[in-house]
Design a protein around this ligand. Structure first.
Ligand code: NAD
Length: 276
């Protein structure tokens, strides 16, 4: 059954690219955008498995009456991001809305962390976000006018994390990548606001997806996780998709350079409840 989101009429007819959209938060965002009448590029890494999942997301969007297509591209590779953008523009005319969402984790104690593991996470999570945003800005500027009846020339939302703020032992590569996104996002927002391009992030807490199955899929793990979440439930991908939809719509037109935390209160330091 499809999730019901608020309707932002300005979104209809625009073109969105969601990276890493064959699963989890990217999938939910792509479906939410498709339901809103946005034409959606469902990006996925170039493996057969991911392609199959991306095509299933396209089929879901079409079944809801929307329009979507799947385009492969590894966001950490400059040539592939540029190729992905070029193909999207060739097939759909332009891009207006970007969700730079692709991300990975590689857990390791720092003394055992290989350079490959460090680089893999930085390359996908941070360099991938930069390459995606750069390609988007080039296309926004090339197009030069906003979509009919809308305010901004283009909008970018990065999928950051509460770990842009909360340090994360054994995930120092991941926390560094998300900390990097925090200032990448704010710097781009500052640079691009005069050109009417809005740049923001969504910062999820713990959401049920494949990236963190170990943290929520057993009763024991879920109970431990819930001690960190004052609101008392683990998040669903649709919690994040709703925030992304709002950040991409004109309803948030005066919001620029913000990281919207969607975490059930995880950032409220719940261990300090009851006198600290
Ligand atoms: P996920 O594993 O389901 O999604 C990640 C997606 O990124 C996958 O579809 C994967 O195929 C794609 N991807 C990986 N490497 C890629 C590459 N090189 N090029 C293109 N795509 C690539 O997990 P998710 O939770 O949906 O993660 C999405 C984003 O949300 C990530 O940036 C993650 O860091 C962030 N996030 C997730 C949570 C959570 O609790 N689930 C919390 C905070 C932030």
């Amino acid at each position: 059954m499809s999730h019901t989101y608020p309707v932002y009429r300005d979104l209809a007819g625009q073109v969105a690219l969601v990276t890493g959209a064959s699963s989890g938060l990217g999938r939910a965002a792509a479906i939410a955008l498709g339901q809103a009448g946005v034409r959606v590029v469902v990006n996925h890494p170039p493996s057969d498995d991911s392609r199959g999942r991306a095509l299933a997301v396209v089929a879901e969007i079409e079944a809801l009456g929307g329009e979507a297509l799947a385009i492969a591209g590894d966001v950490s590779r400059e040539d592939q991001v540029d190729g992905l953008m070029a193909e999207a523009v060739a097939r759909l005319g332009t891009l207006h809305l970007i969700v730079a969402n692709a991300g990975i984790e590689r857990r390791s104690a720092v003394e055992d962390m290989t350079l490959d593991s460090w680089k893999a996470v930085i390359d996908v999570n941070l360099t991938g976000a930069f390459l995606t945003a750069r390609g988007a800005v080039r296309e926004f500027l090339r197009r030069g006018v906003p979509a009919a009846g809308t305010a901004a020339l283009g909008k970018i939302v990065f999928t950051s994390s509460v770990h842009e703020t909360i340090p994360w032992a054994f995930q120092s590569n991941y926390a560094a990548s998300k900390g990097g996104i925090a200032l990448l996002m704010r710097s781009l927002a500052q640079e691009l606001a005069p050109r009417k391009i809005r740049v923001n992030s969504v910062a999820p807490g713990a959401i049920k997806t494949a990236i963190n199955t170990d943290a929520w899929s057993t009763d024991e793990a879920r109970e431990k996780l819930l001690t960190l979440i004052p609101y008392g439930r683990v998040g669903e991908p649709e919690d994040i998709a709703g925030a992304i939809l709002w950040l991409l719509s004109d309803a948030s037109d005066y919001v620029n350079g913000t990281s919207l935390v969607v975490d059930g209160g995880m950032l409220l330091y719940p261990s300090f409840r009851g006198d600290g």
